[in-house]
Design a binder for this molecule. Sequence first.
Ligand SMILES: [Zn+2]
Length: 107
Amino acid sequence: MNCYECKKKIKDFLDDSLNSKNTIEFVNHVRSCKECMEELSIEYLVSEGLKRLDTATSFNLDNELNDKLNEALSKAKFNRYFAVICGIVIFIVAFLLGLLLSTLFTY
Ligand SMILES: [Zn+2]
């Protein structure tokens, strides 16, 4: 992912609307790119700051953003892992069904 793509996806990331693949690429990019990380921090500060104007509690946005990045990454990784497991299970079930059907019809 390049900087241009990354910056276009900041809003989607903050809305939690990126898919697993994009989330992983996005988090990896902002972690290695100072410029995009800065942009993300500003967007995060604006969106979270506005949400919390009423409550006026103090918050540590740097930590929170870091938590959000970690959480998004592990969720995305889990989802991809889960998709692979599902694929394997479906394959095995289909294979067993095929085997079952072929033994049923040979007798
Ligand atoms: Zn960048």
